[in-house]
Design a protein around this ligand. Structure first.
Ligand code: COA
Length: 323
């Protein structure tokens, strides 16, 4: 028996407003077409936060649903790790705002910044803190309002992203070594800052800035890095691609999902796809996809999952989970 981190429950939240490609083009006056976006990315809709909806409100809603699914009361949470690139304020951490919204008086709470890989980083940090005895129950959240850092004049980026949040309750249990998070692997290579970044920041421009991306180069790195880290993490967990029941990938682009699955020899039916409905929600996309597939009954207890993501930095990572 060893101390394990088990995913006890999942939750998600999306802004009320869902916007199709055609609606977005008309609303923001973008020179694009539904055909172009669907063909290049697989995206059909995204949710866009409205007045009163922020990264913290979405995160808190997702967290409440995850707590309810886990049957864990908020006051038992000892740790909140929140991944975001779009915090409500530069400081304090959005995790502390969520903590207050959930009515938790005292726990460890901080944000993790690894952009689209943020949830994998947060999950690994929380897993290790639980195993180290720092807490018994953790909320791990990915939440974003990317619509607020998009340049709506730049059609090469603004059609790709959406807003949302996903959360899991991680619970430490003395259990079977083949349960919960079996392995995680994380990477970063800061030399690629210029391929995917935001033009501002408190210490440089004193502004928030907007997203810039060289899509083709990012695409190329994504497929190589994701296939590599998935092999690495499966090896670390003592599994092979053939053992995997479901891949829960970061949802950036349907073509990246297809190319990565092909490189691993995985059937496309084993890949959870939500990019058509949510677009790229950065740190929220993996837990949003996980919650979608748990609630629609595809992912069941005992299934072997691979979670993976890649994003700005570059950062990339993967985790193998016995759900
Ligand atoms: N609507 C219509 N045309 C568009 C467009 C849009 N929204 N955005 C770009 N175009 C045009 C370009 O201007 C270009 O026109 P040109 O040939 O006349 O210059 C043409 O479409 C092709 O652009 P290109 O950038 O070469 O397209 P692409 O096939 O590489 O697809 C992405 C672009 C962004 C969809 C693709 O590169 C991609 O998905 N990359 C990965 C990015 C990603 O998901 N990153 C997130 C990782 S966290």
């Amino acid at each position: 028996m060893t101390r394990r981190s088990i995913i006890a429950g999942t939750g998600a939240a999306l802004p009320a407003r869902s916007v199709s490609n055609n609606e977005l083009a008309a609303w923001k006056n973008i020179d694009t077409t539904d055909e172009w976006i669907v063909e290049r990315t697989g995206i059909r809709n995204r949710h866009i936060a409205g007045e009163g909806e922020t990264t913290a409100t979405l995160a808190a809603d997702a967290a409440r649903r995850a707590l309810a699914a886990a049957g864990v009361a908020a006051d038992r949470i000892g740790l909140i790790v929140l991944a975001t690139a779009t915090p409500d304020q530069t400081f304090p951490a959005t995790a502390t705002i969520v903590q207050t919204m959930l009515g938790i008086d005292d726990c460890i709470a901080f944000d993790v910044a690894a952009v689209c890989t943020g949830f994998l980083y947060a999950l690994s940090v929380a897993d290790n803190m639980l195993k180290g005895g720092m807490a018994d129950h953790a909320l791990v959240i990915g939440a974003e309002t990317f619509s607020r850092i998009l340049d709506w004049e730049d059609r090469t980026t603004c059609v790709l992203f959406g807003d949302g949040a996903g959360a899991v309750v991680l619970t430490a249990e003395e259990g079977d070594p083949d349960s919960g998070i079996l392995a995680s692997r994380l990477h970063a290579d800061g030399r690629h800052n210029d391929l995917l970044y935001v033009t501002g920041g408190p210490s440089t421009t004193q502004t928030v800035g907007t997203v810039r991306m060289k899509g083709k180069e990012v695409f190329r790195h994504a497929v190589v890095n994701l296939a590599g880290v998935m092999h690495e993490v499966l090896d670390a967990a003592g599994h092979e691609p053939g053992d995997v029941d479901w891949v829960v990938p970061h949802q950036a682009n349907k073509r990246i999902l297809d190319a990565t699955a092909k490189k691993l020899g995985l059937a496309p039916e084993k890949v959870i796809v939500t990019v058509d409905r949510h677009a790229n929600t950065s740190a929220a996309s993996v837990p949003l996809a996980l919650d979608t597939a748990v609630r629609d009954g595809r992912i069941r207890r005992g299934d072997l999952l691979v979670l993976e993501a890649m994003g700005g930095g570059f950062t990339w990572g993967a985790a193998v989970v016995r759900y």
